[in-house]
Ligand binder design. Sequence first.
Ligand SMILES: Cc1cc2nc3c(=O)[nH]c(=O)nc-3n(C[C@H](O)[C@H](O)[C@H](O)COP(=O)(O)O)c2cc1C
Length: 395
Amino acid sequence: MSVPLFTPIDMGGDVVLPNRIVVSPMCQYSAPEGSASDWHLAHYAQLAASGAGLLVVEATAVSAEGRITAGCLGLYNDANEAALKRVVDWCRAYMPTTKLGIQIGHAGRKASAQRPWHGGGPLTARDVPDLPWTTVSASAIAFDSMGGGVGFQGGAPAQAPAAKWHVPVALDVHGLERVKAEFVATAQRAVRLGFDVIELHGAHGYFLHQFLSPLTNRREDDYGGTKQKRRRYPLEVFAAVRAVVPRERSLGIRLSATDWVDGAMTVDDTVETARQLKALGCDFIDVSSGGTIPTAKITVGPGYHVPFSARVRKEAGIRTWAVGIITEPEQANDIVARGDADCTAHARSFMVDPRWGWNAARALGVETPPLPTPYHRAGSILPFKPQAAMAKAAE
Ligand SMILES: Cc1cc2nc3c(=O)[nH]c(=O)nc-3n(C[C@H](O)[C@H](O)[C@H](O)COP(=O)(O)O)c2cc1C
């Protein structure tokens, strides 16, 4: 009996994932000066040995200014690259069958924020040693200008009354060229590190999304006004990155399918954006939603992005990942079986159970994805045959 969740998938270029399970990017806010720390080594090591076909490294900033918090991972200098190489090298050495991805992005007006465990609001002069920095965006509109004011993830407000978010500098064309060049340079570093999959962060109200949404883009030049003009900058950035990411690697983007605000970005708009990205060589769309303004009313529930993913996949004819409260193996398998997504991405489930992929295989009655060699004896209580796996690896 075929179990769709555990069938391989061509993810574009020469990249074939061994199964459809993706560990979704998860910021760890634990990177001094943007560089991966011991925490990252432990965190990604356990997630590489999880049974997922693809592990995507958290939102990784293209510049210091583009980090959400002062603890966010970056890939904008040689020290960042060397620190991340240590993590990649571990994964390659011990879990060579798990494909590796990275999400690269810029937080725009949502940068210069406190870590979530400090409240998640905008940094203030009291947040020593993480002092605030100047933020940039499509237009000079603060995140909470339409009300709200809680943390950037929409989480619990800080204990002190929420500070007003920073008013970003609206970038002129020179500024736009600079940030585009930063995306390109970071993508080149990611290619050099050997990531199989690169995902641009175009969702959750961060920099690229700030161009797409009419709530955040009030520009009157060629990068704002109509829907097509609002798409222009993200499409230009995508094309510039595609030009330096070899065709053998897979390159996609995470999009917020909807802003969840009347009159703002809709799933129809996202289908059209996906079509245009596909024409530029985009291999997949990772379908999420929201994040544009803190007061949006989001209907959250199990698999709540799946219908959006299904529409983008069908109407734009592009591979998609569905994400958001996909917690059960049968639920994930059904999504893939129905053709609503090519892959399912999971974040919190993997923090709760870093062996989610192994357990999903057991629940669905298929052979467990490869275990690291020192764990082969666990095969005696799993549907896993160490001898067969070693013979296969030796082929
Ligand atoms: C701790 C944490 C960190 C996250 N960091 C990122 C991130 O770096 N980039 C991103 O696009 N989404 C991020 N997300 C959102 C997840 O990737 C995912 O889309 C969301 O949690 C819904 O999936 P889930 O229900 O499986 O957790 C984060 C979520 C959590 C819980």
